[in-house]
Design a protein around this ligand. Structure first.
Ligand code: ADP
Length: 372
């Protein structure tokens, strides 16, 4: 936009009215001709101090080549707009969005430039702080990932190395028992049985820890969707014996395809269903309902039983490794639900339980599926 120089009077009247705004008029050589109270407020110099000074020197304008490039652009189009950095009288950096308009040449004078400024310092600071916070988050995530990987490696090696002495102890114990078992009195016999049971518990525990540590070493979040129906069938087939013994009645709703690899999904179903069997009530026939509903943008999968139930204080804890509500009267490692949580969260979902003591439990997890 070219403004006729004859409008100079009108412009300076406007500048007076807009004295509180950030408006600066400089001549073609960059010498400040007009400086508003708004400029004084932002930069710190009074009009007396600023007028007659070379604007880019006074304000330490960056980038340095902006003087030439702005004039080049003004000559071509009559206007210029962009972000520049300046320095106030007290040395603080100021970021401004500048809009320049050229006052066109007439015979006696070269054009002047009217610049209006919008102070962006606040939003620049926020942006910078956000960038720093993001950077810190990225570093923390990397550190967490590497310490997780180290922990997993430790658990994997420890549980793997523990299983060898457990197997040989069991083997020696069986040998001892077959040779000398008949010489033992009743107390000796029951001690041996206790040792065998403890060894079995330890073996189960090391196997569960190993299984937990191995979650995530394979692909969990499949690029292609797996069929939850097939994963559940696989899990139920593995649990056939326990299911038959418990007399469980299983009700299966239609299950969707989900973005998770088939093996870890089957493991989640297997852990949840085997828990429903383990923590059933002795006085009520066991029922297990498996259903899915779409709750945009995820699928919600539910495994509901009519078993012992869980009191409120345990609802969170049971998803942590080794947290067991019951003692050795119900066998278990306390790792199964922690593994479920690790699988589901790594696949991008959430897992939780809704339950009341004595009234059964509903384990729920969410996962994404192909567009519904
Ligand atoms: P484990 O069954 O080997 O002890 P889990 O991690 O699978 O380990 O479960 C942790 C605890 O959560 C169990 O010890 C039990 O107290 C509770 N729990 C899990 N599933 C159920 C369920 N279906 N009904 C009642 N309690 C359950």
């Amino acid at each position: 936009m070219l403004v006729e120089k004859s409008a100079e009077g009108a412009i300076s009247a406007l500048a007076r009215t807009l004295d509180q705004s950030l408006i600066l008029i400089e001549d073609w050589d960059g010498i400040i001709e007009h400086w508003t109270s708004g400029c004084q407020h932002l930069y710190g110099w009074s009009a007396d101090e600023a007028i007659g000074k070379f604007a880019d020197d006074l304000l330490q304008t960056l980038p340095r080549d902006s003087f030439d490039s702005i004039r080049h652009h003004l000559r071509a189009t009559g206007t210029w707009q962009g972000e520049i950095q300046q320095t106030a009288k007290d040395g603080t950096s100021i970021f401004v969005l500048t809009r320049c308009v050229m006052l066109s040449e007439n015979q006696d004078r070269r054009p002047s430039i009217v610049s209006t400024y919008t102070d962006l310092t606040g939003s620049f600071k926020i942006q910078r702080e956000l960038e720093i916070a993001n950077e810190r988050l990225r570093t923390m995530a990397l550190e967490l990932e590497s310490s997780n990987a180290e922990l997993e490696e430790f658990a994997r090696i420890a549980s793997h190395d523990l299983s060898a002495p457990l197997v040989s102890t069991r083997w020696l114990l069986d040998l001892f028992y077959s040779r000398y078992g008949s010489d033992l009195d009743e107390e000796g016999q029951s001690s041996i049985q206790e040792i065998i049971q403890s060894l079995e518990r330890m073996t189960n525990l090391t196997e569960a820890i190993l299984e937990h540590a191995l979650v995530g070493t394979g692909a969990i979040h499949a690029n292609e969707a797996s069929d939850a129906e097939a994963a559940l069938s696989f899990a139920l087939a593995n649990l056939q014996k326990e299911l038959n013994l418990s007399g469980a009645v299983i009700k299966r709703g239609a299950l969707p395809k989900l973005f998770i690899a088939a093996q870890p999904l089957a493991q989640v179903f297997q852990n949840l269903v085997s828990n429903a069997v383990k923590y059933r009530r002795s006085d009520t026939p066991l029922r297990i309902d498996l259903t899915a509903t779409f709750q945009a943008p995820d699928w919600l999968i539910m495994v509901e039983d009519n078993g012992l139930g869980i009191e409120a204080s345990w609802l969170e804890r049971i998803f942590q490794p080794l947290q067991r509500r019951y003692g050795s009267e119900i066998s278990g490692s306390g790792i199964g639900l922690a593994t479920c949580r690790k699988i589901v969260t790594r696949a991008g979902g959430k897992i939780w339980v809704e339950s009341e003591l004595g009234r059964g439990s509903k384990f729920c997890f969410t996962l994404r599926g192909p567009v519904h």
